[in-house]
Design a protein around this ligand. Structure first.
Ligand code: AQP
Length: 343
């Protein structure tokens, strides 16, 4: 059975972007793969985190895994810092990855903007830790959003260089492949359709969180940014199955709300456009509210139930970490030996 690995940062409250872009796709994979899903707390601390909030967000992220439908019996659910082999292999890989490669990573540039000098070194070498997360399990498949494709390419480069430099060409680390779901969505902020919906977004109105109530969802969608035109019809796509970058740039808020509908209803762009063609934003917002309440509120309610007993979640993570350590430790040992480190 092939192995998949993916992670979510406990850097804030989980939102519908995390759900439609990641969690919902994780669930069916647990039946077809040996699946490992981790709460990547070591990634979260690459930006400042308040300790009590980080602990709470770690439990909340694990609760979201479970509420979305992941089963601790079928998948290994754990917290990254519970498996020290991730950090250990990350150091070895820091000595493999080239600065020139890291310099090309657009996420670092996007996240730091003009404050590059003040960013943590951890944020800069984040891709080496991501490489370790995957390679320490020799995972063959990695479910990622479009935004992570560049990092995964780098992971493949790091694996190839390690194999070449230290293993006489033996494929010690298999090159992992992305699993990008065609129905996957990139959900944008409700306040600015050009920016990604993000956990670390300041202000509540830009995100629909998984634990939002139906009133919160209705209010946020009512106030979501819109424009003055009627919604487009399917003809605007031409021969393409999805809106082009030009279309997205011209009406980012319209495409975002339509895209959330499409993802939530698991349908094609053509079907979504056919449904809303020529109608106004208020119709879309009303129908989207109903649909999201139906999907999101049960997930949030289950998260609340699970979080009422945080001990149980901690036990699940601890058991998962124990299983993950048993897989990861021999791999990091083998890598260290190949590099000439005494064991
Ligand atoms: N807006 C989004 N639309 C679709 N998918 C998304 N993901 C995140 N935001 C969106 C997917 O969720 C998974 C977990 O993401 P992550 O925690 O590793 O970090 P991220 O992508 O940086 O998520 P955030 O919410 O934007 O967090 P912060 O604010 O901390 O940076 C990934 O598979 C990601 O593709």
């Amino acid at each position: 059975m092939q192995r998949v690995l993916s992670g979510v940062q406990p850097s804030g409250r989980l939102h519908i972007g995390n759900y439609f872009g990641a969690l919902r796709h994780f669930v069916p994979l647990q039946d077809d793969y040996e699946a490992l899903y981790c709460v990547v707390d070591l990634h979260a601390i690459t930006t400042p985190q308040e300790p009590a909030r980080l602990r709470a967000a770690t439990l909340e992220t694990a609760a979201a895994f479970l509420a979305a439908g992941l089963s601790p019996e079928r998948a290994t659910l754990f917290h990254q810092s519970g498996v020290p082999a991730h950090a250990e292999l990350a150091w070895l890989l820091n000595c493999v990855v080239r600065v020139g490669w890291l310099e090309r990573m657009t996420q670092f540039k996007d996240k730091t903007g003009s404050h590059r000098e003040a960013a943590s070194a951890g944020l800069y070498v984040y891709p080496a830790l991501m490489a370790a997360d995957i390679l320490v399990y020799r995972a063959q498949k990695v479910p990622v959003g479009e935004d992570q494709k560049q990092h995964l390419e780098l992971v493949r480069d790091i694996a190839a260089k390690f194999n070449h430099d230290w293993c006489d060409g033996e494929e010690y680390f298999p090159p992992p492949e992305p699993l990008i779901d065609a129905a996957g969505a990139r959900v944008m902020s409700l306040r600015d359709g050009r920016r990604k919906m993000s956990k670390s977004d300041q202000g509540d109105a830009a995100c629909i969180y998984l634990r939002d109530s139906s009133d919160d969802i209705a209010r946020k969608l009512r106030r979501a940014k819109s424009d003055a035109d009627a919604l487009p019809s399917a003809e605007i796509l031409g021969d393409s199955a999805r809106p082009s970058a030009e279309l997205l740039a011209a009406r980012p808020e319209a495409w975002n709300l339509l895209g959330i509908w499409r993802a939530a209803n698991s349908e094609t762009w053509n079907d979504t456009l056919a449904r809303f063609a020529g109608r106004g934003f208020s119709d879309l917002k009303n129908e989207l509210t109903e649909l999201l309440v139906e999907i999101v509120v049960p997930v949030g309610t289950e998260m609340d139930r699970l979080l009422a007993d945080g001990d149980e979640i901690q036990k699940i993570l601890a058991r998962g970490a124990e299983k993950a350590r048993a897989l990861a430790e021999p791999v990091v040992r083998g890598a260290a030996e190949r590099m000439g480190l005494l064991r």
